[in-house]
Design a protein around this ligand. Sequence first.
Ligand SMILES: NC(=O)C1=CN([C@@H]2O[C@H](COP(=O)(O)OP(=O)(O)OC[C@H]3O[C@@H](n4cnc5c(N)ncnc54)[C@H](O)[C@@H]3O)[C@@H](O)[C@H]2O)C=CC1
Ligand SMILES: CC(=O)C(=O)O
Ligand SMILES: [Mg+2]
Length: 395
Amino acid sequence: MELLDEIMLLHKGGKLETTLKNPIRTKEDLSKVYTPGVAEVCQAIAQDQAQAYELTTKKNTVAVVSDGTAVLGLGDIGPRAAMPVMEGKAALFKQFANVDAVPICLDTKGTEEIIAIVKALAPTFGGINLEDISSPRCFEIEKRLRKELDIPVFHDDQHGTAIVVLAGLLNALKVCGKNIKDVKIVVNGIGAAGISVSKMLLHAGAVNLIGVDREGALNRQVAYSRTHWNEYARMTNPCLETGQLSDVIKGADVFIGVSAPDVLKLEDVLNMAKDPIVFAMANPTPEIDPAIAAPHVRVMATGRSDYPNQINNVLCFPGIFRGALDCEATDINDEMKLAAAQAISSVIDAADLHETYIIPDAFDPRVVERIRIAVAEAAFNSGAARKKLLIGANT
Ligand SMILES: NC(=O)C1=CN([C@@H]2O[C@H](COP(=O)(O)OP(=O)(O)OC[C@H]3O[C@@H](n4cnc5c(N)ncnc54)[C@H](O)[C@@H]3O)[C@@H](O)[C@H]2O)C=CC1
Ligand SMILES: CC(=O)C(=O)O
Ligand SMILES: [Mg+2]
């Protein structure tokens, strides 16, 4: 009860406030920051739109946009109940990367309406972080906004998660002496996170990857009414395995859960290959209690902050937006995402790599800085940067 009281108290009145860079003390100050002085600044931007990056908060501000339909693993709890998570994301943007972030929870589930609202908001921001929007609507919303806006649009649950999973898995496989090309990987929960994670692992060389959702293993011999599953099934499950999670988990080297609480049983873990890797990432309650699984696996990771090996998109979104904002990027493309994953895994030296240290701590200051530099460089090399990042320049 004491912890719950403390948590509630921390949220009283919300977690964020606006502060001023320069105090307004006198009438003279007022006439500079407000009318009439501000009119000169407005005119400068009206004549040259690019000046918005120099003369407004656009340069350092992202919108964290949700419709409250897939909030953590809590499901469709609505825009008001989603706000503490979005405020939390904004707090982490500021804490870890000095990015100013504005949480925005929309009272609509309409794909077209969300697209239109975010497009109308875009002039204010240097980037858009989409959060906790359920699949499959999240795919269309992100695709259209990326195409139609000239600032980065990044669905954190898809790509932030995939980037951190790839970084953690590459290190976990090193610990186990296994190669991504040879291992059997089971991804449970083929929604926003599961699809993006699978695509990134296939891109990194995974071959025998099987996706499982409530209906069991996705298989290209079945026609799914969720049409995005048909494309997914064509890319995965090369041996056409069928059955439930408890069937296909047999002999698997890796389990990646982005689904629901307590769906992986101890018996399933015991049926995995030697030296199994389990990333049980559903929040707030993982697919298996780490206290139950850890004694029986080589590498155990969760999405939570209170166990070792936190595989959570918090390791990615502050740094990837820091890098994108610093080079005034127009997009966050595949090159930038891969650079971010490599930057995260590179933080851990080979000599320090260990079963309980496959991924750096969110508080490790090297994480954001390495991602920032790698992402800005990848943006520049792939044509997504408006300007080159001067290495050594402070944010
Ligand atoms: N650790 C991390 O960084 C992250 C963790 N997550 C977690 O992953 C989970 C899914 O998130 P999203 O992909 O954004 O949601 P989503 O709603 O897009 O997808 C969830 C998928 O899981 C499936 N599912 C639900 N119960 C299942 C079960 N018992 N067995 C198999 N599949 C099941 C659903 O049918 C759906 O396809 C949530 O718990 C979320 O907290 C998501 C993003 C990042
Ligand atoms: C971590 C996160 O974004 C989620 O669980 O939805
Ligand atoms: Mg999320």
